[in-house]
Design a protein around this ligand. Structure first.
Ligand SMILES: [Zn+2]
Length: 169
């Protein structure tokens, strides 16, 4: 039979010792061996993981180092090129365009409702100073839209400021 030595003892001796123990001690030993194996596996896993991380960060560091050296060389040669050729270096960041202040829009929004309310209030009853007839709604609407309208009764011109012109149509 092949002789296997573990911690100076043969496998045969260990098995004999194990079988000589009471049943609860055998179970205890099996649990202990299992726990040691699990811990060993976990330990090996974390060691490998740590080594992998170490290799990863070393490679990453080397990459950034080479990148930085490359960028340094590029900037140096770029600076030398502009220095020798005498060309002005182009501006990478042009001045940002001035934005339209948002106040303008707010003012517009404030003006519009005032005009609308005026248009609604304005069509009061208006009488023609020439013929004395009441202006129709369509005439008042035309005045407010175009600034000028003609009396449908006598044909006199009526402007937005309610001034009757002398000229007749
Ligand atoms: Zn009239």
């Amino acid at each position: 039979m092949m002789e296997v030595y573990i911690f100076g003892l043969t496998w045969q001796a260990i098995v004999e010792w194990f079988l000589a123990q009471p049943i609860y001690a055998q179970v205890f030993v099996l649990i202990g061996v299992f726990a040691v194996l699990v811990l060993a596996v976990i330990l090996v896993y974390y060691i490998l993981k740590g080594v992998a991380y170490l290799v990863y960060y070393v490679l990453k560091g080397v990459y950034y180092l080479l990148k930085g050296i490359g960028l340094l060389f590029y900037k140096t040669f770029e600076g030398l090129y502009y220095l020798i050729s005498g060309k002005p270096k182009p501006q990478l960041n042009p001045a940002p365009e001035q934005q339209v202040p948002p106040q303008v829009k707010q003012e517009e929004e404030l003006i519009v409702p005032i005009l609308k309310s005026e248009q609604i209030v304005r069509p009061e009853v208006v009488y023609c100073s020439e013929c004395g007839n009441r202006f129709t709604d369509s005439m008042i609407q035309t005045i407010s839209e175009r600034g000028v309208a003609y009396c449908i009764h006598c044909g006199n011109k009526k402007t937005q400021d309610h001034q009757m012109s002398i000229e007749s149509q």
